[in-house]
Structure formats: structure tokens, C-alpha cells
Design a protein around this ligand. Structure first.
Ligand code: KE4
Length: 429
């Protein structure tokens, strides 16, 4: 980056009163051995930092900016809603409109409740699954991230059949004991766990396309296998579509692959950039929630009118412009550039993409789980990231994240990015 004086000054000041100087760890650029820049404003596919550097943005605030930053239609909707009130704590019409839309677009969702983050969505879905089944055990997969829910901050135990171990300080062993963490795409490990623990397993939760270990695809038949296995043992199947919902397809990954989960967690895109999450699914399960049922869940700002206005405006715009077709075209153009650049340097790095989501892994191994992703050369990634940023292209500051293209990205943005990444790759050791 040409200059970073203002960002450096702000970061020094931020560290005085904010832990690590950031409100979310990934923003600290620790995975790229750098100091973060601070944003001044963002519009469309571009970010302008406080030192005036202009960047083509492929992080998109980690997913919500599917129409690019500050799309007019969303900004206007928020401006209009704000004049009527910022928060009510009283049911408002926009909540009903949002619920109707989600249930219409995501067939597996018969009822839905709004929350304020993806973490709240997955946390609530897990409690609901336990309340509905009367069971305690949850299966998750290595590399899948479901927010900072205590029982999800768990690494694989010593053996596939043992319980997890805390992956963060502050998570009681008792919480980790309720979580079994398995390798993604490993059907045998799942069979073994259900053979030994089947009647204590409340649910399997997964990102149906994991996007927090880079981007990893389910092997053919794996999602159907999970659907059949949970059905057979009376466990629930929970899709965490906080990242993929309304992005991979109008109805998410579940529409793309034709698999029907029992519960779905949503977030990011449905908030249009404002704090929103949601969880929904079969009505007989959702009806277990208070005030009708025994599973308690609540939130002061749930269904906030501004967040609903932003999310509704964004979702309606996605449908109006058939965004998914445009995102696929832009994604294909982006992938063409990546593969041409890799061919020029004679490297067969793994590149995974679905629609507007992508990840370039700095390893030539095929990627089917977290262990494969960990074969990536992180020093090479860091050099690539720094070179792209220096040239005005901002990718996620970690090898284990996913990139996002928005409908605001132009062919010119993508062609410029291809030139920038060609130089970055050519300069790698
Ligand atoms: P939030 O609580 O951050 O809104 O959502 C948690 C979450 C749940 N499920 C999935 C699949 C997610 O990707 C996330 C959050 N994603 C990260 C990006 N990898 C958010 C970025 C951050 O932590 O700052």
C-alpha cells in the first residue's frame, strides 16, 4: 500500500481501548503478518482507506455486500425506515415481510426467527435441536466455523469417537464433551460415531459448502448421506448457510444440491450489511420455541426495522436483477484469469469456486477437508496477499477464508485483478 500513516496512527490508538485493536480477530491481519488498514468509505466494488488508497474489494464485509457496498436501493430503504423509528421492541410489519420472503425462497424453512448475528442463529438452532430431540450430543466438522458459540469452539478429540476438546480458553470441558468433531467428507467416521453414540446425537451441523477453511466442496453424495444417516437415527440435520444463503443460489446450497435440512442458520446477505441473523426450518421443530414451546430464545433487537428494511431491499434487488446469473458470469471470468495466470507460472494450485465464492489454495493437493487445506504454503500466501494489496486488490487476510465477488464488480475490475494477480504470482519464490 503506497501510504498507511493514518491507518497506523488509528491502529495504535485503537489498541489502547480495543483488545488487539480490533472488534473481530481476523481484522488484525495476524495471518498475513501485517497491520490492518482502516476504511474511510466503501462504494460498489471499491474501498477507500483513511490514507486515500483505493482497493478492489473481494472480502465484501465477509459476505453481506453481495450487491457491493452501499447499494442505493439499500441505503434508501434504511434512510426511509429510520424516519419511522430506529428500534421498537414491538413487532413491526417488516419482520412479517422478511419471514414470508425467507419461507418462500428457502423451501425447507416453514417458520423462521430473526436474530442479530450468525453466531446467534447457530447457537439458537443448536439449543432448539437439543430441546426438540431431548439429546445433548452435536456433531460438527473440522474446518467448519459456526460463530463463537462455546460448544462450537471445539477441536477434534484424540480419536474420532472421543469427544471434542476446547479450541478456545474459557470453554468448559463439559461443553466440549457435548461436541464430536469429525473430518469433513468422512462417511466412515460418521457411521462409527452413530453406531456407538447414535441415540445421544441431537444433530449434525455443517456448512454444506465449508467456506471458513478456504472453500471446500462436499464429495458427491456426502450431503445425501448426512440426510439419510440423521433421518435413520432420529437426529436433526442443520445447514449453517450464514455465508452461502441467498448467495450460492436464491435458496442457498440446499436448493443447489436439492437436499432438505431440518434447520437452517442464515445471516450476512439477509441484513444488507446491517446486523442480522436468522434460523428456521420445520414448523414442528420451530414451534418448540418460546412463547409456544419450552425452548427459550430472545433478542432486544431481533427484527430491528432498519435491519429488516436493509435486508428486504437487498433480497428484492437480488431477485429483480437475477443476481445469481450475473455472479456466475463474473465468477467464471475471474476463474479464467486465475487459471491463465497459474498456467503462466506452471503451478497447479488448487482453486475452488462456486458462483461468486472462491479460494486459491497455495498447494497443488486436491482439497476435500481441513487437513488438505492445511498443506497450503502460508508464507507464499502471505507474499501473494501483500503484493495484491500493494497493487490495490484486497483479498481476505487469511488463506483459510473465502473470497466474494459482488454484482457491483465490473469486467474491468476483474481484468485489472487478473493483471495484479499475474504480477503477484510471477514474483513468488
Ligand atoms: P457472525 O456471528 O460473525 O455474524 O457469524 C458467524 C458465522 C456463522 N457461520 C458461518 C458459516 C460464518 O462464516 C460465520 C462468520 N464468518 C466469519 C468469516 N469467516 C465472519 C468474519 C469475522 O469473524 O470477523
Amino acid at each position: 500500500m503506497p501510504t498507511q500513516n493514518q491507518s497506523q496512527a488509528l491502529f495504535a490508538r485503537a489498541k489502547r481501548h480495543i483488545p488487539g485493536g480490533v472488534n473481530s480477530p481476523v481484522r488484525a491481519f495476524r495471518n498475513v503478518d501485517g497491520d490492518p488498514f482502516f476504511v474511510d468509505h466503501a462504494k460498489g466494488s471499491h474501498i477507500r482507506d483513511v490514507d486515500g488508497n483505493d482497493l478492489i474489494d473481494y472480502v465484501g464485509t465477509w459476505g453481506p455486500a453481495i450487491l457491493g457496498h452501499s447499494p442505493e436501493v439499500v441505503v434508501e430503504a434504511v434512510r426511509e425506515a429510520a424516519l419511522d423509528g430506529l428500534s421498537f421492541g414491538i413487532s413491526n410489519p417488516r419482520e412479517v415481510e422478511m419471514a414470508d420472503l425467507i419461507c418462500d425462497w428457502v423451501p425447507s424453512v416453514e417458520k423462521v426467527r430473526m436474530v442479530n448475528s450468525g453466531t446467534e442463529a447457530t447457537m439458537s438452532a443448536l439449543r432448539l435441536a437439543r430441546g426438540y430431540t431431548g439429546r445433548d450430543q452435536i456433531i460438527k466438522f473440522e474446518g467448519c466455523y459456526h460463530g463463537h458459540v462455546d460448544s462450537m469452539l471445539v477441536a477434534a478429540g484424540s480419536g474420532a469417537l472421543t469427544h471434542g476438546k476446547p479450541d478456545s480458553a474459557g470453554v468448559p470441558k463439559a461443553f466440549a464433551d457435548t461436541t464430536i468433531c469429525l473430518p469433513f467428507n468422512d462417511c466412515q467416521a460418521l457411521e462409527d460415531v452413530f453406531t456407538s453414540n447414535g441415540d445421544s446425537i441431537a444433530a449434525i451441523i455443517l456448512e454444506p459448502i465449508p467456506a471458513n477453511a478456504g472453500l471446500i466442496f462436499p464429495q458427491d453424495g456426502f450431503l445425501q448421506f448426512l440426510r439419510d444417516l440423521t433421518q435413520k437415527h432420529g437426529a436433526l440435520l442443520i445447514f449453517d448457510e450464514v455465508m452461502t444463503g441467498f448467495r450460492v443460489a436464491k435458496g442457498g446450497v440446499q436448493e443447489h444440491f436439492g437436499i432438505t435440512p431440518d434447520l437452517t442458520a442464515l445471516g450476512k446477505v439477509i441484513g444488507g450489511g446491517l446486523p442480522v441473523g436468522a434460523f428456521g426450518g420445520r414448523a414442528d421443530i420451530m414451534d418448540q420455541l418460546a412463547p409456544d414451546g419450552p425452548v427459550y430464545q430472545a433478542g432486544t433487537l431481533s427484527g430491528n426495522p432498519l435491519a429488516m428494511a436493509a435486508g428486504l431491499a437487498q433480497l428484492h434487488e437480488l431477485e429483480r436483477i437475477n443476481a445469481w446469473e450475473q455472479l456466475e458470469q463474473l465468477g467464471a471470468l475471474f476463474e479464467k484469469g486465475v487459471r491463465e495466470n497459474l498456467a503462466k507460472i506452471g503451478k497447479n494450485y488448487s482453486f475452488n469456486r462456486i458462483g461468486s465464492m472462491f479460494c486459491l489454495f497455495f498447494t497443488e493437493d486436491p482439497i476435500s477437508n481441513l487437513d488438505d487445506a492445511k498443506t497450503a504454503d502460508l508464507d507464499t500466501f502471505k507474499k501473494y496477499f501483500a503484493s495484491c494489496l500493494e497493487q490495490g486488490v484486497y483479498f481476505a487476510p487469511s488463506q483459510f477464508e473465502t473470497g466474494f465477488i459482488s454484482t457491483a464488480h465490473t469486467e474491468a475490475d476483474i481484468n485489472t485483478t487478473a493483471e495484479v494477480t499475474a504480477k503477484a504470482l510471477a514474483n513468488l519464490p
